[in-house]
Design a protein around this ligand. Structure first.
Ligand code: PLP
Length: 375
């Protein structure tokens, strides 16, 4: 607290990201990073950008500002998804893209000045309530069902009952890993034609159905992607959004009122190189999915209840063991996973990022030891 702070700052409740501890030999399964390095083309493209033209001093290109419209990267993304470049927006990680969407598309009021709430699941990405506070948006949650699934009829009913000004959810959801079928997303878009629906597809490449094919027919749909998870580039900070030009223009207006150059030169070329390596992408997604299916079966064998996951993590509870205690015991063995003590409904679960086969084996061996009855 400080008398120098703007009043808003006193009301914020900042997002707390998973820790990045400096422990030797750490098996890090807590922030849904990719277990393998990115496509080697990424480092090659960044090195070429740093080298610049023949005869130039190394780093010469860094003297100049990057392309403020990221036109080459946006063209690559458009080609990849069969869209037009005016239907593509990029930002410094999808968190920034989401923040702009909250401000540009999800903050609505009625004629009498009262706020129309933003709908999202009660168990979801915890950055959403954080952005609501930052932008003065009223949150309205919709409860997941008993199996922690998102029900589209419940979303539609709540949107109508509360006169929602927008809807946002991750698909697959985080931290549950469960996806909603494209046909269900389409039913939602049709039911709420005057409401923007943001589908946060951070994990879609690990086996869920993308809503991208719905963009052509649905002007109220914004789809958000990131290169942090399935492209193994959490450290490069590149996210993007797809939607009809009218929605994208709103994001551009906010972005150009905030930061003209959210992506630096190295991120622009690195991201483009990653997107162009289709082989790496297919192999890496397949490897994570295979690792996930094996880990799911092994955890079930240890007595865990594991939600079926379409993401690069699983969400598991053990009926006889306290989740926080399990996380602590794993930590003592240099394995970190994520435990959310809130909401209470999920306090019995651990969110475990899919690691390499060797990391998953180490996790299972450690859990077997921890779960063994003491004698
Ligand atoms: C990881 C994640 C993001 C943010 O990714 P960036 O690294 O900021 O691109 C957004 N939404 C969900 C649901 C996530 O899990």
């Amino acid at each position: 607290m400080s008398r120098y702070w703007s009043p808003l700052v006193h009301t914020l409740s900042p997002y707390v990201p998973g820790e990045q501890p400096k422990i030797a030999q750490l098996i890090k399964l807590n922030t849904n990073e990719h277990p393998w390095p990115p496509s080697p083309r990424v480092a090659a493209a960044i090195a070429a950008e740093l080298a610049g033209e023949a005869g130039q001093a190394s780093g010469e290109r860094l003297r100049l500002y990057p392309d403020p419209t990221a036109s080459a990267l946006r063209a690559t993304l458009a080609r990849l998804h069969g869209l037009d470049a005016v239907q593509v927006f990029v930002g410094n990680g999808s968190d920034e893209v989401l923040a702009h969407a909250f401000q540009a598309l999800l903050n609505h009021r009625r004629a009498d000045g009262t706020a129309r709430p933003l709908l999202f699941p009660d168990i979801t990405y915890s950055f959403y309530p954080t952005y609501c506070r930052l932008y003065g948006i009223t949150p309205q949650t919709v409860a997941l069902d008993d199996r922690l699934q998102l029900n589209v009829d419940d979303l539609i009913a709540a949107a109508r009952a509360h006169d929602a000004g927008g809807v946002i959810f991750p698909n697959p959801n985080a931290p549950t890993g469960s996806g909603v079928a494209r046909a269900e997303v389409e039913r939602l878009l049709r039911a709420l034609p005057d409401t923007v629906v943001v589908v946060d597809e951070a994990y879609v490449d690990f086996g869920a159905e993308s809503a991208l094919p719905l963009i052509a027919a649905h002007p109220n749909l914004l789809v958000v992607h990131t290169l942090s998870k399935s492209r193994a580039l959490a450290g490069l900070r590149v996210g993007c959004a797809f939607g009809q030009a009218e929605l994208i223009e709103a994001l551009v207006r906010v972005k150009d009122s905030f930061n003209s150059y959210p992506l630096d030169r190295l991120a622009l070329v690195g991201a483009q190189a990653a997107l162009e390596d289709a082989d790496w992408f297919e192999r890496a997604c397949r490897a994570v999915i295979d690792s996930r299916e094996k880990l799911t079966a092994e955890l079930a064998g240890l007595g865990f209840d594991v939600l079926p996951s379409q993401a690069n993590f699983v969400f598991a509870a053990h009926p006889q063991h306290d989740a926080a205690a399990l996380a602590r015991a794993l930590r003592e063995r240099a394995i970190i996973v994520r435990h959310f003590s809130r909401p209470e409904r999920i306090a019995d679960r651990l969110r475990i990022t899919i690691g390499t086969p060797a990391q998953c084996d180490a996790l299972v061996a450690a859990l077997r030891e921890i779960l063994r009855p003491q004698g």
